[in-house]
Design a protein around this ligand. Sequence first.
Ligand SMILES: [Cu+2]
Length: 464
Amino acid sequence: MTMTLSRRQMLAAACAAVGVGAVRGPASAATEPVRLRCQSRILDIKGKAAKVYGVHQPNGTSGLTLAAGEDFAVRVENALAEPTLLHWHGLTPPWRQDGVPGLTQPALNPGESFDYRFAVAQPGTFWMHSHNGLQEQMLLAAPLIVEDPTDSAVDEQQVVVMLHDFSFTPPSERLTSLGAGGHDMSMHSMAGHAGMDMPAHNPNDLQFDAFLANDRTLDDPQIVAVERGGRVRLRIINAAAATNFTVDLGDTEGLLVAVDGVPVVPMAVRQVPLAIAQRVDIRLTVGAGAVPVLFLREAALERTGIVLAPTGSAVAKLPSESHHMNPLVGTALEERLQAVVPLPQKPVDRWIPLGLVGDMAAYRWGIDGADALMVRAGERVGVRFDNQTPMAHPMHLHGHRFQVVAVNGAAVAGGVRDTVLVPANGSVSIVFDADNAGLWAFHCHHLYHMAAGMMAVLRYDGVS
Ligand SMILES: [Cu+2]
């Protein structure tokens, strides 16, 4: 079945697509904070009404776009019926503005607001999400785009895509059932999906009712109007709570130019693994035909996506399941990444070994060695993760950007980023400069692993 979009539909889709790009105010934004309201909203997911959360400006824009060199000046308003707090994932603010309840500041009660202001020097694709309880699974997340002012001369269309996993079952019930029964009670039968490609240990420990790209399933995807022959910069954010994806451009070749908002030596790609909380920027040129950009759920059949539709192109209906098992998200890309600007050469002053540990049956997770996460300002710090579990863990350090220097024991001069996937029963080493004194969350970004104990704090000597 093929459907052709009217010009009006295309324009409507285009407006929706550039929503996060149309925010930036004039220089007066330096004095007046942008209001970001945490609120509930209703989505139509597979024909059913779903009550979820979101972060919006008064004009309806989801999230925030600013330019590097500007101040991040934001007033967060809690319009929810429960406490909340937003974390600016990938930014490096003063630690008291990092938005981790109980660590950097108290959560905001319903009706409360809080003003944030700090300088943002580096451009990139970042995001914001609640760091309170399991609210991230309620879609309390939004894009946070820092544009590079030197890019304004580049003739390309920015397309931001935020991915989510979604269940109609409340996340608190799911966490309880994982802990109580050792498995997710809402799990669908996997029997029909098991096959030769299935790893011995399934990387998905939760099942979901839907996978969303910009809040829509592939049954009714976002159609983004683009110019025929136009250049596009995809900014893809994996905001899922517990799902790794592979970005799939099909026959179209893209150029991977950044990971977690930080430039990498450009690499031609058709498929890109994207672990929980990671981002990729991909440049591509569209021809005359529509380009589906698909997001394949790891080691499963489900997928979601958007469609880049040049003027006059026909957009075919896309099945929401792949014909073959989707790939695993591993370390093959991580081993090849090279930062455009690596960390300066410097000996490591302090190595901290961390063991990632867990008990799948009891659904308890932890970080061995977290007590030693104490550094002094000015040190070059190395952290070696040894994953002693059969699941991969996307490890995220707040307030810093680190460079990946080894994967499974093999040295690399890798990407500079804020979230790295430590493979099942494997290891990853990272280094960073202790240049932002404070108390910083350091955790697995799989929401249910974090909630079940895989959370630590990096402490600077003298800060409490
Ligand atoms: Cu984990």
